[in-house]
Write a protein that binds this ligand. Structure first.
Ligand code: ADP
Length: 633
C-alpha cells in the first residue's frame, strides 16, 4: 500500500495540541506510559499464544530502550502483540477513552491552577510521547502476520502511514526529542543512566525485563565494550512484604498498572493463606470515573495466577456497590487457563470476593473513624455507590447492617456531614423519630416552610439531596430502633408538649371550617387528595405534603427523569390557619364559593405550594398572569 496521509480525529487533535504545548508539568511520565503499553502488548501476546501456539516464537519477551545522543532520539521496543495497519489507525489515530470530550470542554472553561489540576488527572497514554518529542515514529508488526507498518507524526494534526520492513513481531517507537530534552537544560533523555534512573523510579515492578545497552570501559587502551543489562527488578510489588513498600512505590505501581495519572486515595494490600491462598492489591481512586454509573463503565479486578496475568476486568470478585474499587488479585489456587465462565462458578473466587468485601468495609469504617477529612473526600466521589448498595440490599439485612454506619448525610446541624449514629446521639429525649427532608440541595431544604418550626425547636433534620437518598432511607426503614420520618409527609408531627398543644388548637379550628376546606379542594381539583389545616407551619402560609406511602414529590421527579411518569406522589395541601392569607380566604369564601376571586386565590396558593417544592405550576403562564394581576391591584 502506498503512503497514506491521514487526519487525527478532532478530539485527538485538540488533545495533542495540549500535549505538544507541554501542559504536563512532569515531563518524565512519557516513559512510564510507553513502558506500560509495551508491557500490556507482551501480556496480550502471551494470552493469545495460549490458544495459538504459532504466535509465541522463540524470543523471550522483553522491552528494550535505546537512548542515543548522536541522533537525539530515544527508542522503546517490545516484542509483544504488535498492531495491524487498521489497528494503528483505530488505536493511535482516535481516542476511545470515555470522558475525553467532557474533559476538553471543562478544560476550555478552566484556567490557571484549576486547568492544571484538571490536566493532572487526565491520562493521554501514547500521546504523552509528544511532551518530549517533536516527531514520533511507530513501527509495528502484528504477531502472526508478515507485514509491518510505519506511523509517523509531528503531532500537528496529521499522521502518515507507510509499509515497511520489520524482522519480527512487536512495536518500536522512536521519539525524536525536542532539544531541551537532550541535555542542554534540566533533562537529558539521551543519557542511559538518566533513563535507568527513571525506569527504576516508575517501572521497576514491570514483569518483563527492561533492557538497555551499557558501555563498559576496560583498560584505557582498549575500546569500551557494550553490555546488555536488565534495569528493573521485575519483582511484582504485591509479592514484597508490606512493611518494605513505600507509599510512593504503591502510587507509581497503580499509575502503571491501571493507566491512572493520579495517585489513589486509599490502598488495600491483603494477603491470605486460609482455605484459599491469595494476595490482593486494591485501591480506591482519587476521583470517580465520569461514566461510573453508566452502562459503559467496566468494573472488575485484574486476575493473576502465580504472578502471571490471566485476565482483566473480572467482575466476579466484588459486588456492584464496590464497582469503584480497582486493582488485582493473585492466587495460586486459580488455574492459568481459567475461562470467564468457569470463573463465575468458582468457589475460590467467591471465597476471595467475600473476604475482600469485608476487608474493604472494615477499612472504610476505620477511615471514617481515624481520618474524617479523607473519608469525606471518599464520600464526595463514591458515596452514591454505598447508598445504592444499601438500597439494593433491601432484603439482605446483613449487608444493610454492615453498610448503614458508612453512610453520611448533610444535616441542619452546622450544615456538616453526619453519620446516622452521630445524628441519633444528638437527639433530645422527647424526639422519637429521625427527621429527614428531601430537596434539590441543602439551600432549597432550608427554605422549606416546614423547616421553620423544627429550627425553632432546635430539632435536627437530615437533608436528602441526592435522588438516591430517599430510596436509601426507605430501604433502611429505621436506625437504632428509630423510624425515619419525612417532614414533608402527611403523618409528620412533633412530639413535644408545646407542639401537641398547637395541634389540638388547629384541630378545633378545622372542625368549624370543614366547608371551607371542602370548597378549596373543589376549586383546586383532583391534583390534590385533600386540603387541610396544619400545625407544622409558623410564618409560612401553605405547604404541600405527600401521602404516607408511595413516592414523594422528589421521587416523582426522579421517576419522571427516568421516563417513568406514572409514579405520582399523592399531594395534600396544607394551610396555616394563623396566617393572614387564611383570613383573606375565609372572607372571600363568605361572599361565595363560586366567585372567581375565591377560586383564583385557591389555585394560586396551590401553585405557590408546588413552587416551594421546586415543581412548576401546571400552567406557569396563567400563574404568572394571576400574580401580575395581584401586584397591580
Ligand atoms: P491506553 O494504553 O490507555 O489504552 P494509549 O493511547 O496509550 O491508551 O494506547 C492506545 C492503544 O494503542 C492501546 O490500548 C493499544 O491497543 C495500542 N498500543 C499502544 N502501544 C502499543 C504497543 N507498544 N504495542 C501494541 N499496541 C499498542
Amino acid at each position: 500500500m502506498a503512503i497514506e496521509k491521514m487526519q487525527f480525529q478532532a478530539e485527538t487533535k485538540r488533545l495533542l495540541d495540549l500535549v505538544v504545548n507541554s501542559i504536563y508539568t512532569n515531563k518524565e511520565i512519557f516513559l512510564r506510559e510507553l513502558i506500560s503499553n509495551a508491557s500490556d502488548a507482551l501480556d496480550k501476546l502471551r494470552i493469545e499464544s495460549l490458544t495459538n501456539s504459532e504466535l509465541a516464537g522463540d524470543a523471550e519477551p522483553e522491552i528494550f530502550i535505546v537512548p542515543d545522543a548522536a541522533t537525539k532520539t530515544i527508542t522503546i521496543s517490545d516484542n509483544g502483540i504488535g498492531m495491524t495497519r487498521d489497528e494503528v489507525i483505530t488505536n493511535i489515530g482516535t481516542i476511545a477513552k470515555s470522558g475525553t470530550k467532557d474533559f476538553l470542554d471543562k478544560l476550555r472553561e478552566a484556567s490557571g491552577a484549576a486547568a492544571q489540576e484538571l490536566i493532572g488527572q487526565f491520562g493521554v497514554g501514547f500521546y504523552s510521547a509528544f511532551i518530549v518529542a517533536d516527531k514520533v515514529e511507530l513501527i509495528t508488526r502484528k504477531a502472526g502476520t508478515d507485514s509491518a507498518v510505519k506511523w509517523t507524526s509531528d503531532g500537528a494534526g496529521e499522521y502518515e502511514l507507510d509499509d515497511c520492513d520489520k524482522d519480527s513481531h512487536g512495536t518500536t517507537i522512536i521519539l525524536h526529542l525536542k532539544k531541551e530534552f537532550c541535555g542542554d537544560d534540566e533533562y537529558n533523555f539521551t543519557d542511559v543512566y538518566e533513563i535507568e534512573r527513571l525506569v527504576k523510579k516508575y517501572s521497576d515492578f514491570v514483569r518483563y525485563p527492561i533492557k538497555m545497552n551499557f558501555e563498559v570501559k576496560g583498560k584505557p587502551e582498549e575500546e569500551p565494550t557494550i553490555e546488555i543489562r536488565t534495569v528493573n527488578s521485575m519483582k511484582p510489588l504485591w509479592t514484597r512484604p508490606k512493611s518494605e513498600i513505600t507509599r510512593e512505590e504503591y502510587d507509581e505501581f497503580f499509575k502503571h498498572q491501571l493507566h491512572e495519572w493520579e495517585a489513589p486515595l486509599e490502598i488495600f494490600h491483603v494477603k491470605a493463606e486460609g482455605t484459599v491462598e491469595y494476595t490482593a492489591l486494591l485501591c480506591i481512586p482519587k476521583r470517580a470515573a465520569q461514566n461510573l454509573y453508566y452502562s459503559d463503565y467496566e468494573a472488575g479486578l485484574q486476575l493473576y495466577s502465580r504472578h502471571v496475568f490471566i485476565m482483566d476486568k473480572c467482575k466476579d470478585f466484588l459486588p456492584d456497590y464496590l464497582r469503584f474499587v480497582k486493582g488485582l488479585v493473585d492466587s495460586p489456587d486459580l488455574p492459568l487457563n481459567i475461562s470467564r465462565e468457569i470463573l463465575q462458578q468458582s468457589r475460590e473466587v467467591k471465597v476471595i470476593g467475600k473476604a475482600l468485601e469485608k476487608n474493604i468495609q472494615k477499612q472504610l469504617a476505620k477511615m471514617l473513624k481515624d481520618d474524617r477529612a479523607k473519608y469525606e473526600e471518599f464520600w464526595a466521589q463514591f458515596g452514591k455507590s454505598i447508598k445504592i448498595g444499601v438500597y439494593n440490599s433491601m432484603f439482605d439485612t446483613k449487608l444493610k447492617d454492615s453498610l448503614k454506619d458508612l453512610l453520611l448525610f448533610q444535616t441542619s446541624h452546622e450544615g456538616k456531614f453526619s453519620t446516622l449514629a452521630e445524628y441519633v446521639a444528638r437527639m433530645p429525649d422527647f424526639q422519637k423519630k429521625i427527621y429527614v427532608a428531601a430537596g434539590n440541595d441543602s439551600a432549597a431544604i432550608e427554605q422549606l416552610p416546614q423547616m421553620e418550626l423544627l429550627r425553632e425547636r432546635g430539632l435536627e433534620v437530615i437533608y436528602l439531596t441526592d435522588p438516591v437518598d430517599e430510596f436509601t432511607i426507605e430501604a433502611l426503614r429505621n436506625y437504632a430502633d428509630k423510624d425515619f420520618q419525612s417532614i414533608t409527609r402527611e403523618n409528620f408531627e412533633l412530639d413535644d408538649a408545646e407542639s401537641q398543644k398547637v395541634k389540638a388548637e388547629v384541630e378545633e379550628i378545622a372542625k368549624t371550617h370543614e366547608d371551607l376546606l371542602k370548597d378549596v379542594k373543589e376549586a383546586i381539583g383532583d391534583n390534590v387528595k385533600e386540603v387541610r389545616l396544619t400545625s407544622r407551619l409558623k410564618s409560612g402560609a401553605v405547604c404541600l405534603v405527600t401521602g404516607e406511602g408511595g413516592p414523594s414529590l422528589t421521587m416523582e421527579k426522579t421517576f419522571a427523569s427516568m421516563n417513568n411518569p406514572l409514579f405520582k406522589a399523592t399531594q395534600i395541601l396544607e394551610l396555616n390557619p394563623n396566617h393572614a392569607v387564611f383570613k383573606k380566604l375565609e372572607g372571600l369564601h363568605e361572599s361565595g364559593k363560586d366567585m372567581p376571586e375565591f377560586k383564583d386565590l385557591c389555585t394560586t396558593l396551590y401553585s405557590l405550594a408546588l413552587m416551594i417544592e421546586g415543581v412548576l405550576p401546571n400552567n406557569p403562564a396563567e400563574f404568572a398572569n394571576k400574580i401580575t394581576d395581584l401586584l397591580t391591584k
